[in-house]
Design a protein around this ligand. Structure first.
Ligand code: HEC
Ligand code: HEC
Ligand code: HEC
Ligand code: HEC
Ligand code: HEC
Ligand code: HEC
Ligand code: HEC
Length: 259
């Protein structure tokens, strides 16, 4: 107990000066890495022997650019242990699952230490069930490799739409009449973490569609969208919620995505 306290205090003291100010998504705050009682930081090279591929790949990951004073060992970068906690005890016992090391795959608390804003997004009324433990960050993010926007262990080509398609085949499948909006990615309309709007939408109303489909007044008092006079249609309600363009993701039957 005495040892643990001592290590904690030392780690905190070393980290107290850590302020990230280069990235808008990271609030200015003191970062406290995961705790492993009695363990100290040993640096990435200490992991190389047993987890060679992760260590080799890691320098291209966005997280390799983070500099954490105190978590840096004399041997070099601090990266692995900023998520996995200090590794000395794990290394000393020869490694192993559940042995003196944190695995943030099953518990995103470590990620939320730095990504406070992301934590808040998952608390919005509509959200992917990560805090409920039904999903985790690595189903959409690869924490070790060059492309953090692909799922861990996913296909090399898997990005944005494909990563959503793992679970939402219906919306991501090919359609006879595709909606070109999807070429920009699902996130042009949906927030991937959470939203105040139903179905994780960025906007709850026509503004979602009008940012790409401008309204024009081709004749006095008449509102056109594309080639169509929408003046009377718009009185019925929202682009999709009024029962008009219900096939927002694409249609196999109608080029105007009416059904
Ligand atoms: C951004 C945080 C983060 C950093 C930095 C990080 N990891 Fe990980 N690591 C994770 C997450 C999240 C998982 C869980 C992955 C999963 O379940 O697919 C994981 C899993 C692992 C695993 C277990 C894989 C398995 O088979 O379950 C090993 C080993 C590992 N990391 C080693 C490393 C090494 C070595 C480094 C440094 C080169 C490193 N990690 C850097 C987040 C990180
Ligand atoms: C002496 C070999 C060895 C060293 C050195 C080592 N590990 Fe491991 N580690 C292992 C083994 C073996 C496993 C179990 C992997 C498995 O079963 O596939 C493991 C598992 C892990 C896991 C998954 C834990 C879990 O509960 O799922 C993580 C994360 C991890 N190591 C991170 C690290 C980090 C970070 C370092 C460097 C600080 C490191 N390891 C150094 C051998 C080692
Ligand atoms: C030690 C603090 C820290 C921890 C822990 C951490 N991150 Fe990060 N993360 C950062 C910083 C700082 C950046 C910005 C890096 C840059 O852009 O240079 C970042 C970037 C990212 C990005 C890319 C953002 C972008 O716009 O390119 C994603 C995604 C991400 N982190 C997810 C995670 C996940 C998932 C975990 C947990 C497994 C995690 N992070 C753990 C600090 C952290
Ligand atoms: C359903 C898939 C999904 C899950 C689950 C997920 N993310 Fe993301 N995340 C994304 C996508 C997609 C983006 C890119 C957003 C964009 O480009 O508009 C992103 C962006 C980010 C960013 C960059 C800043 C931002 O908000 O754009 C961070 C940081 C991040 N995620 C962290 C996390 C952490 C931490 C977790 C787990 C607690 C997590 N994400 C879980 C899909 C996901
Ligand atoms: C690992 C599986 C998984 C991945 C990957 C995934 N989702 Fe989800 N998605 C879910 C689950 C689970 C729910 C919640 C369903 C529920 O609560 O019934 C959900 C809910 C949603 C909803 C709300 C549906 C509704 O009826 O309210 C939308 C929209 C959505 N996801 C879009 C996306 C987008 C966009 C991506 C990619 C950035 C993505 N999802 C990636 C599993 C996933
Ligand atoms: C042009 C904007 C737009 C794009 C791009 C988009 N969606 Fe949607 N999505 C919507 C709208 C609008 C709804 C709500 C439909 C409703 O309530 O009838 C929705 C609903 C959903 C739902 C809830 C189920 C349903 O059909 O009501 C899921 C899941 C979903 N989208 C996933 C995705 C995925 C995955 C992608 C990328 C492959 C994607 N969306 C791209 C606009 C979009
Ligand atoms: C990212 C930009 C973007 C967004 C957002 C977007 N669209 Fe589109 N949409 C396009 C493009 C590009 C086309 C193909 C070119 C065209 O017909 O204007 C298209 C085509 C269409 C068409 C077929 C046009 C026709 O010939 O009848 C309809 C209908 C449509 N979109 C409805 C919607 C609805 C409804 C929404 C909101 C849920 C929406 N769009 C959001 C970009 C977008």
């Amino acid at each position: 107990m005495k040892l643990r306290l001592c290590v904690c205090v030392a780690a905190l003291a070393l980290l107290a000066g850590f302020l990230v100010n280069s990235c808008s998504t990271i609030p200015r705050t003191v970062y406290v890495p995961p705790e492993i009682p009695g363990a100290t930081f040993v640096g990435n090279q200490a992991c190389y022997e047993c987890h060679t591929n992760y260590v080799r790949l890691f320098p291209v990951s966005p997280h390799a650019r983070i500099y954490l004073p105190g978590v840096v060992a004399s041997s070099g970068q601090s990266g692995c242990e900023s998520c996995h906690g200090p590794g000395s005890k794990h290394v000393a016992v020869g490694g192993g699952r559940g042995r003196f090391i944190v695995n943030p795959g099953s518990d995103p608390a470590t990620c939320f230490n730095c990504h406070l804003e992301t934590h808040a997004e998952f608390r919005l009324p509509q959200h992917h069930p990560v805090l409920e433990g039904r999903m985790n960050c690595v189903q959409c993010h690869d924490p070790h490799g060059a492309d953090i926007f692909k799922p861990a262990g996913g296909l090399a080509m898997a990005r944005l739409n494909q990563s959503c398609a793992q679970c939402h085949r219906e919306q991501a499948r090919p359609f006879v009449f595709e909606h070109e909006a999807l070429r920009e990615g699902c996130t042009i309309c949906h927030h991937p973490h959470g939203s105040v709007n139903a179905k994780l939408l960025l906007e709850r109303d026509n503004n979602l569609c009008l940012k790409c489909h401008a309204q024009q007044q081709n004749a006095p008092g008449r509102i056109f969208i594309g080639k169509e006079d929408h003046t009377d249609k718009l009185r019925l309600g929202g682009c999709w919620s009024a029962g008009c363009h219900t096939a927002v993701h694409g249609s196999n039957f109608n080029p105007h995505h009416l059904y």
